[in-house]
Design a protein around this ligand. Sequence first.
Ligand code: FAD
Length: 401
Amino acid sequence: MNVHKIGERVNRTADAVVIGGGIIGSSIAYYLAKRGVKVIVVERKPGLCFGASGANQGGCPFQLFTSPVLELITESLKLYKDLAEEIDYDIEYYNSGSLICSVDEKQRPAMEKHSLAFQQKGFNVRIVEGKTIQELEPILGKDVVVGVEDEYSGIVNPFKLTYGFARAAQRMGAEFMLSAEVKDIETSRGRVTAVITDKGTIKTNVVVNTAGAWSPEIGKMVSLDIPIIPRRGQVMVTESLPFNRRWRYILDADYLTIAFDAEKVAKSKDPRIKLGVAGSYVQADSGNWTIASSRDFVGFDNKVTMQTLRYISERVIKFMPRFKDVNFIRAYAGLRPFCYTDGLPILSKVDNPSGFVIATGHAGEGVTLAPITGKLIAELITEDKTSMPIDAFAFSRLQGQ
Ligand SMILES: Cc1cc2nc3c(=O)[nH]c(=O)nc-3n(C[C@H](O)[C@H](O)[C@H](O)COP(=O)(O)OP(=O)(O)OC[C@H]3O[C@@H](n4cnc5c(N)ncnc54)[C@H](O)[C@@H]3O)c2cc1C
């Protein structure tokens, strides 16, 4: 893909510059290009997906979320249905549904409450128990006693999704400058005027910050404090196993606490919970399973640790005993962009400088939210309004805190 040779300096102009070639940057580039905007994406690595977008599981869960993220997820999952056709790229999306399971009877009341809350909103999210669980998903062991099933979740290949958006954007005129690092942003009279990269300057009046865990560095270039920190996650990959059926996206009920209740995690005395380990299991079309995940705050350290892998392994064997003899071939870690103030994404213009747009903080749901994020940010830039409310994600909510 692209484009400009390493070392080549280019000076050019664009209607909009997107900083960061992850899933969020690619999606925004696509939806902007579709609206006729001349967009350049600047990515410092030699390809796309070098950040969190290349270190996730491609799960698109529905029932993990509450309002206001739930409304975004609902719309994003609708966009996923025809996305492959729309961008003319096989993104390996499958509407799998999900099953959140528990190996602990004590979690049953909380899971019943969880499913009821969705039912009251009109969603088909239901409790399953006993043998029905193993009938639904024969890979689950007998220790799994209760689950909550939804029909809306999906699974996608995150690399294909990112490159699919990028290629579709390119066909409509978008450019991707790879191996090009943004060093500064120029402003004049309170509005952005140019992006300075180590490969040259791009004159523009619109800059979109999609630099993920690194978005605060971009914010500093225009004197903004963006409250994002990296939240590390670790993943194990198995050898390719027979792909004789499509599994639902299987998650561990502890995920609901670990991902969304920082206080409970901090108070827990269980070292597994402290390391943020809760099961999340996906079989990709290649047959390889990704076995995850963990959540901890260790700065920009994206190393894989034996202790966390041990907890991840123990957990998968408890849920899916047949994995005890499965060969795992590699492990990796990535850095989720996490808003430490309230855990919500930031999808917003800012007042000063004008022309500066932020689309980050997608934490553990950036793949799921990528289509709707691209669509809404493109609307915001071209029409100054969006087809659904995004006030809850405004940058202004974070200022002065
Ligand atoms: C272990 C793990 C599992 C996950 N599982 C899921 C899942 O199943 N489902 C889901 O929905 N989400 C999942 N996520 C979350 C998801 O991966 C992220 O929310 C999403 O990838 C964030 O995308 P992004 O484009 O904002 O950031 P990134 O993908 O991190 O992209 C940011 C890019 O900006 C570039 N950049 C930074 N600074 C500069 C600069 N100065 N100049 C140029 N470029 C720059 C970086 O090189 C990087 O490529 C998971 C994350 C992890 C870590």
